[in-house]
Design a protein. Structure first.
Length: 315
């Protein structure tokens, strides 16, 4: 049992045609819910923290809770910074003991993205930490990410090869049609699997064998959770995510990490709304947060089985 990097996880995932779930954490109940599900299925897991979560809970609190989960369950867990905006926040998380960081320089022009990513890679690798970066722009809104659909751009396969060569980054988040937040599609969902395969083939030809690709904005936006939220006073209208079968296909290709945040938020919010509506006299947070934790367990189990294919990946 240990706090580990994603290196070995991704090697096994690529060869085994499955993905590792990367679940955003903000508090104890989310950590416990995710870890309990992964323990049941002996699944490797990445617990990731956004800039907003760092502000909300503080990196030291989050790291200590993750360490407690590891000690209790015996799982290997990677602790990852999600969408680090600059060198300073990446450095802070590395210095606090995170084992993986993501630098999101996708909003910079290409050369500046390369230079800034390389600076973080050099600092992280010297300390045994792995780095994820992003090339292309995903649309959507989630925490610090806010990109209008008209400004989204798909990842260029040739540029991806050049980027990996020049930065030494350990994994690459690509834009192939996913989107942040709960409102991913107005019409029919579509992912560019041909582009994903081309990126993989070009990286392989350039000598980057079994190179791990990451999908951001990959929540399915469970319609049962949305319906429960709305039934008990919510106003989440028209929310639509990535179909499970598309995510499973991506997992069987070069995608080794799938990010899911919105699905956790929806499961937790639905459970809390339902609990408080059914028992308006209740004011003990252990009751409704306990219900939320149970629903997170069920949601993550479903992801492990139906999306990720990561059951028994700890073997």
């Amino acid at each position: 049992m240990a706090l580990v990097t994603t290196k070995n996880m991704f090697e096994k995932a690529f060869k085994g045609n499955y993905s590792i779930g990367a679940f955003n954490i903000n508090n104890m109940e989310i950590i416990q819910g995710v870890i309990e599900a992964c323990k049941k299925h002996n699944s490797a897991v990445i617990l990731q923290v956004s800039k907003s979560a760092l502000k909300y809970a503080h990196p030291l609190y989050l790291k200590k809770m993750v360490e407690a989960a590891i000690e209790e369950t015996g799982l290997d867990v990677a602790l990852h910074l999600d969408h680090g905006a600059d060198f300073e926040i990446c450095k802070e998380c590395i210095d606090y003991g995170f084992t993986s960081v993501m630098f999101d320089g996708s909003h910079f022009d290409y050369e500046e993205n390369v230079a800034k990513t390389k600076e973080i890679v050099d600092y992280a690798h010297a300390r045994g930490v792995v780095v994820e970066a992003e090339l292309g722009k995903l649309a959507g809104v989630e925490d610090e990410v806010n990109v209008a659909a008209g400004n989204a751009t798909y990842t260029d396969p040739d540029q991806a090869v050049d980027f990996v060569k020049r930065t030494g980054v350990d994994s690459l988040a690509v834009a192939i049609g996913t989107s942040h937040g709960a409102y991913k599609f107005k019409g029919e969902a579509k992912l560019d699997f041909e582009r994903l395969q081309t990126i993989t083939d070009k990286l392989e030809a350039a000598g980057f064998h079994n190179y791990p690709i990451v999908l951001h904005g990959a929540s399915s936006v469970d319609q049962n959770a949305v319906a429960t939220c709305n039934e008990y006073g919510g106003q989440i209208k028209g929310a639509k995510g990535i179909p499970v079968e598309m995510l499973r296909k991506a997992s069987s290709m070069a995608v080794c990490k799938i990010n899911m945040d919105t699905d956790i938020r929806l499961a937790m919010t639905a459970a809390v709304r339902k609990a408080l509506a059914e028992k308006p006299e209740a004011f003990d947070p252990r009751g409704y947060l306990g219900d939320a934790r149970n629903d997170i367990v069920a949601m993550v189990e479903s992801k492990i089985i139906n999306v990720l294919g990561s059951t028994d990946s700890m073997k």
